[in-house]
Design a protein around this ligand. Structure first.
Ligand SMILES: [Fe+2]
Ligand SMILES: [Fe+2]
Length: 266
């Protein structure tokens, strides 16, 4: 993991990454939202276990957490969930109901601590309401993003992720061409259905995100971004014409594994 850092006055990033040989780095972010009732958003990679807990503790004592908002049940978001729920007994788990039920088939998730979130539901966290939103693209049917109207912060889950040549703490520090190439590379892999969507319907989805007008975009797989979202939406619009991702065959996979620091996750 890298050192936690502050993305905005009330949000800390708990950053780690996956290095993919010959391709680049995939940032993997969890977040701490310092609302009156503090919220941990996602729980990192399982292989970071103790390091993740130490990073989290450096931002907020675990016993002070009131909420864990799990954006979806993919492995790169659920890594330390079980341990955090043990160490933060006051924290309730805000997440998609079916996601919680699905997770309960692989570990004894305490379902009485689940606060199920449907799209457009609001979660009151003391000083503000968080709204459950569906990001414009996603890789899992349980995906539940967050819009914090009080600060204009959009937690966009896997949307706006990028595979990057170099890690950064701010999306503005990434050269534009690297950002564009990295977002297209990530999204063609992560959102294979993008080539199947109706153009008009997708335009409506993009328009709805633009209408939200977020001032900060906090993606799970991109350094924090602030300012206009128009450039990001333009990249998503271009995806339908991008070359579809083709998974490696066995020989290419063996070659990749032989160079791997640790395995990439979706
Ligand atoms: Fe995902
Ligand atoms: Fe992810």
């Amino acid at each position: 993991m890298q050192e936690p850092y502050q993305a905005s006055p009330d949000v800390y990033v708990l950053p780690t990454h996956l290095a993919v040989p010959d391709v680049g780095n995939i940032p993997v972010n969890a977040f701490v939202l310092l609302a009156e009732e503090p919220v941990l958003i996602d729980t990192g990679l399982g292989i970071d276990g103790p390091e993740f807990l130490a990073a989290l503790e450096s931002v907020i004592p675990l016993r002070d957490l009131r909420w864990i908002w799990l954006t979806h049940d993919d492995a790169d978001h659920t890594g330390s969930l079980e341990r955090v729920m043990q160490l933060a007994p006051q924290a309730r788990l805000a997440t998609h109901g079916q996601g919680a039920l699905r997770m309960s088939t692989w570990w004894p998730l305490p379902l009485d601590r689940v606060h199920a979130m449907a799209l457009d539901d609001r979660l009151h966290v003391g000083d503000r309401d968080l709204v459950a939103i569906r990001p414009p693209v996603f890789d899992n049917p349980t995906t539940t993003g967050i819009y914090d109207r009080s600060t204009g912060t959009l937690f966009s889950v896997d949307a706006f992720g990028a595979i990057l040549p170099e890690l950064a703490r701010d999306a503005a520090d990434i050269p534009q061409q690297d950002l564009t190439n990295g977002m297209v590379a990530w999204a063609t892999f992560d959102v294979p259905w993008i080539h199947l969507v109706d153009e008009g319907r997708f335009e409506q989805v993009l328009a709805a995100v633009r209408a939200l007008g977020p001032s900060h975009v906090l993606s799970s797989h991109l350094p924090p971004a602030s300012g206009s979202i128009d450039g990001f939406l333009e990249i998503l619009r271009s995806l339908r014409d991008a070359e579809p991702y083709v998974a490696p065959g066995h020989q290419a996979f063996d070659d990749l594994v032989s160079q791997l620091e640790r395995p990439p996750l979706g």
